[in-house]
Structures are given as C-alpha cells and as structure tokens.
Design a protein around this ligand. Structure first.
Ligand SMILES: NC(=O)c1ccc[n+]([C@@H]2O[C@H](COP(=O)([O-])OP(=O)(O)OC[C@H]3O[C@@H](n4cnc5c(N)ncnc54)[C@H](O)[C@@H]3O)[C@@H](O)[C@H]2O)c1
Ligand SMILES: [Zn+2]
Length: 374
C-alpha cells in the first residue's frame, strides 16, 4: 500500500457532505478522550500558540487512530444499491469495464439538446493527480471529522501540519482532460445548467466550466467559524510556514517522505507543536472552507444545486461512487421529478439501480467521443 502526501483534503474534505449530521455527531461522540467538548471558538490569540497545553500523554497520532475508527465502518446498504466501503476500492468490484460505443452514443442522444445538470465527483480529478476515495487505486484513509477539528486543539494542529505538507501538491494541480472536455461540450448542442461538483479542488472553474456549484466548498479558501469571514488558503499557508520555521525548512523532504512512507506521514505525525493562527478579525477558529465529515453542506449552496436540477431536464453523473448522501440526493430528486439520470463511472455506484442509463468507462474517453459528436 502506498501513501499519498497529505494534500490537506484527505483529512478535511473527504467524505464531505454528511447526510445525517445528527447520526454522524452521535457516532463521533465519545470516540476520543475529549470528544464532544465544546468548540474552542473564540479562544483568542492563544489558539495553537505553543506547546504548553500539550502534555506527554497527548499523543495525537494514537488519539487520532482511536477517534476515527468509526469512519472505517462504511455506510450501510441502501435501496438495493451495492454496499460501498467508506474508503478504498470496493472489494470484488469490477473496475475497468467499458460500455459499448452504441450505449455511449445512446446516452448522448438521451442527453443532447436539452438542459442537463451535471454532478461530478473525485473521478474527474484522478487524471490531475488527486486521488479518489473509492476507485480501484484508492488508499484507505481516516478523515478528520468536523467535531474532532472544532473540539480539539490537538486535532487542529495535526490537520494543519499535515495539510501544510500536502498543500503544494494540491495547489499546483491543473485541470485534466476530463475537466477540459466537459467545458468543451458545445453549449448549443449540450446545454449545461450547472456543474454541481463534490470536489473541492476548483479544477472545473479553472477549466472554464460556468456556472460551477462547489457543493462541498473549496480547499483554497479558509472560513472563520465564528465571524464567517473568508480568506485565502495560500495566505494562511505562508503565515503558518513563518510560524513553524522548523517544518518550513524541511517541507520538501517531508512531502517526499509522506509520498514514500508505507503507512504514511510518520514524521509529519509529530504535529503537537505545530502552530496555527486564529482569525485575525475576531480570534475565532479558522477552518478550510470545505465540508468535513459530520458537517452539512451550506444551505444556500445546496439550494443553488437543486435550482440547477429544477432547470434541467436530465441529470448526468460523472466520476462519483455516490456513496455520500450529499451527492446521492440529486439522483433521488431527479427520479422524483421524472427526469432521466445517466451515470458514467468506472466502478460501482450507490445509485446504480436508480440510473436510467448506466455507462461504464473512463470519463476522458467517453467525453472525448461526446465532444466530437455533440
Ligand atoms: N479532487 C477532490 O476535490 C476530491 C478528491 C477525493 C475526494 N473528494 C471528496 O470526497 C468525497 C468522495 O466522493 P466521490 O463520489 O466524489 O468520490 P469516490 O472516490 O467515492 O468515487 C470516485 C469514483 O470515480 C471513479 N473514477 C476514478 N477515475 C475515473 C475516471 N478517469 N473515469 C471514470 N471513473 C473514474 C472511481 O472508480 C470511483 O468509483 C466527495 O464528497 C468529495 O468532497 C474530493
Ligand atoms: Zn473571525
């Protein structure tokens, strides 16, 4: 098993868009020594200011392992759909299958000429070097929950330390063929009401798709959990490098180690001394502006996504296992609205039984054919 460098979204965005926040919260409560503690909002400039509050018993790695075991259990089965793992490829599932060209063309015929809402997932960005969670090459991960992040200074130190090491790789990711081909579909022949993406990488916008609805937020933004102010991740990254000169000096080496280590990030795991700043405006807790496990997508963003489905006559899903309810609900809603649903994915999805037309294959190959024929 190989380990991915900590891009900072593997511990933040993954599993984003918890469907049942109450259930998630209940599952998390009691998982760690201080789980369920009230968020340290407004802790002021002392937040992460130094190692004084970290005793020898505060082994972040050990605590984290305990606190996240729950997330490996995976979601339950749903309405006859396959049971998918929380992380990693689905055991025994078929990957690499390709639907015949006639089916690819019938899907285009079904969709072309009418407004289509497009829902995308991590499969869009594997070609850009950003790993997915449940594809054939996926590596099991332990995402940090919202409750862990907000409830524990040590958890935040760990999150920011690891994601600082992985940020450069994430920041420099560029749109791949799938993003470019989707935005190259002729809008007259293939009108798209919106690209609703579960990804947090900003690559649809970078490829020119418009409008893009970032259902689970964007990792290049930071949001204060107290005053709601948005700021730039790059600015925070530079700030944290200056606050952690020792780590900054070894950043390249740590990133390389993280990519090599068999079970990941041993060095980076010594994170209890990592320093991170509070919100400069109000002293609140800064958090990447992405939806963590145990947190719900923002109301206005979900409303915009539903509006784009309302305005559409069909739904196209690209590169998502639809394991996360936050995305799955659009398939269910399209079904209720009597709109056809086309799912294109390599590997099983949780909504396979709900699809009007289920295409198997690689996004870049199918989209290339559609762009040439639309
Ligand atoms: N790039 C990102 O921003 C990113 C990456 C991973 C996960 N996430 C987050 O984690 C959650 C994961 O759910 P998800 O359903 O999006 O991801 P997922 O990993 O559960 O599903 C991705 C699916 O895409 C398939 N796939 C991979 N490459 C493909 C290709 N080239 N062609 C066709 N299919 C391909 C995989 O086999 C897999 O079934 C999301 O909510 C998202 O917020 C984001
Ligand atoms: Zn603030």
């Amino acid at each position: 098993m190989t380990s991915q460098p900590s891009s900072g979204f593997e511990h933040g965005a993954p599993g984003a868009g918890s469907p049942e926040p109450a259930a998630e919260t209940a599952a998390v409560a009691g998982a760690g020594p201080a789980a369920g503690a009230s968020p340290a909002v407004g802790a002021g400039p002392a937040v992460g200011a130094g190692p004084a509050d970290v005793g020898p018993a505060a082994d972040v790695g050990r605590w984290f392992a305990t606190a996240t075991r729950r997330s490996l259990d995976g979601p339950g089965p749903t309405r006859g759909g396959p049971r998918l793992p929380a992380w990693g490829p689905m055991h025994g599932a078929q990957y690499g299958r390709r639907s015949p060209a006639e089916e690819v063309d019938s899907a285009l015929a079904l969709l072309a000429g009418k407004p289509v809402a497009v829902l995308t997932g991590a499969g869009m960005s594997t070609g850009s070097g950003l790993p997915d969670y449940r594809g054939r090459d996926a590596v099991p991960r332990s995402p940090m929950t919202y409750q862990e992040f907000m409830g524990h200074d040590l958890a935040r130190r760990r999150y920011w330390a690891r994601s600082t090491v992985g940020w450069e790789q994430f920041r420099t990711a560029r749109p791949g063929a799938s993003h470019r081909l989707l935005s190259a579909l002729d809008p007259a022949a293939f009108p798209i009401t919106a690209v609703i993406t579960q990804n947090v990488d900003g690559l649809h916008a970078a490829a020119g798709s418009d409008p893009v609805i970032d259902l689970h937020g964007r990792l290049d933004r930071v949001r204060c959990q107290q005053c709601d102010a948005l700021s730039s991740r790059t600015a925070l990254h530079l700030r944290m490098l200056s606050m952690n000169p020792e780590l900054a000096a070894r950043l390249d080496q740590l990133a390389a180690d993280a990519a090599q280590a068999p079970d990941g990030d041993a060095e980076v795991d010594r994170t209890s001394r990592f320093r991170y700043p509070p919100c400069p405006l109000c002293g609140g807790i800064l958090k990447p502006d992405v939806v963590f496990f145990g947190e719900s997508a923002r109301r206005e963003v979900v409303a915009a996504a539903f509006a784009s489905l309302e305005a559409a006559q069909a739904l196209l899903v690209l590169g998502s296992s639809l394991t996360v309810q936050s995305g799955l609900r659009f398939v269910r809603a399209a079904g209720r609205q009597g709109k056809p649903v086309v799912i294109l994915n390599d590997g099983p999805t949780r909504a396979d039984p709900d699809a009007t037309l289920r295409l198997h294959g690689r996004l870049e190959e199918v989209l290339e054919r559609w762009v040439a024929r639309a």
